[in-house]
Design a protein around this ligand. Structure first.
Ligand code: SF4
Ligand code: SF4
Length: 274
């Protein structure tokens, strides 16, 4: 993947593409009868969000480890050391998506966010996730051989997103943005290799993150009630929300987790502070 080309594409979008809101309308439809059906499910760069991975590995009854090694590869996005995960295309001539079949997407209900949103993208000139982050929608390049733009059906972007089930992905995506666009990076910091590994595990390898919580000294050190720990042991959605909290604590130094008083006392004694 050419990261420079990706950056240039983002610049072009910010500069040249019409900025659309949720109430703007698009003319588009995608269905099996179209000549181009399935053509777009090949040779495409699909970045997977943590929630995409959660949904896909659950759909495929795989562990995160199995899913990540079979279907993805990791890249570092920029000089901040941020790891990102990309869906691996098959090694055939067309570089087909591993999930496409003659009838369409075999994981349709759990397809990634960017597949749901197509032909709509989101861009922002604002690099900060906090506060009133300015974002706009845009329609991807219509020069692709996509016949969907010739169809009669009209939608507002709001209707399109609702129809595609994007809302839950958006709300999980907002929490993800809080860590990828954290002020830690805006202050010019980059992840060390150890922090990069931690970030990757917490965001993308949820089963490994669960083992980290339950098989390390985590529960001896942190003040987390039993009910929460029970949920983290069984519920991937809750675990993912907690993983973002862990990143904010362990990587960005935010006070979002409480260390047990007994552990603090032991530490004070060890340091001769009492
Ligand atoms: S209409 Fe566009 S999105 Fe749908 S199958 Fe054809 S190329 Fe893909
Ligand atoms: S995940 Fe599904 S919708 Fe997305 S590219 Fe692959 S086959 Fe197409």
């Amino acid at each position: 993947m050419d990261i420079d080309a990706l950056d240039k594409w983002k610049e072009t979008i910010l500069k040249d593409y019409p900025k659309l809101s949720l109430d703007d309308r698009i003319r588009f439809a995608c269905h099996k009868g179209l000549e181009c059906f399935n053509q777009c499910c090949a040779d495409v760069n699909i970045f997977l969000t943590p929630y995409d991975i959660l949904r896909m590995k659950r759909r495929l009854h795989m562990t995160s480890d199995e899913f990540l090694s079979r279907y993805t590869y990791a890249i570092t996005l920029d000089n901040k050391g941020l790891p990102a995960v990309v869906l691996k295309m098959e090694e055939d001539e067309r570089k087909t998506c591993p999930f496409v079949s003659a009838d369409g997407c075999t994981i349709y209900d759990d397809r990634p966010w960017s597949c749901r949103m197509y032909p709509i993208g989101i861009a922002s000139p604002d690099k900060n996730a906090r506060g009133n982050r300015e974002e706009f929608y845009f329609v991807v390049d219509q020069e692709l051989p996509c016949h969907g733009f010739r169809e009669e059906k009209e939608w507002t972007i709001r209707e399109w997103k609702e129809n595609q089930g994007a809302d839950i992905y958006d709300s999980k995506g907002e929490i993800y943005k809080e860590v990828t666009l954290h002020e830690f990076f805006l202050r010019g910091n980059a992840l060390t290799p150890e922090k990069r590994k931690m970030f990757y595990m917490a965001c993308y390898n949820l089963d490994k993150f669960r083992r980290f919580l339950f098989e390390s000294s985590f529960s001896r050190i942190f003040d987390i009630d039993k009910e929460t720990m029970d949920r983290l042991g069984t519920d991937d959605d809750d675990l993912l929300d907690f993983a973002f909290r862990w990143i904010r604590f362990s990587i960005f130094g935010e006070g979002v987790l409480k260390v047990k008083e007994r552990v603090l006392e032991e530490k004070r004694t060890e340091l001769g502070l009492q």
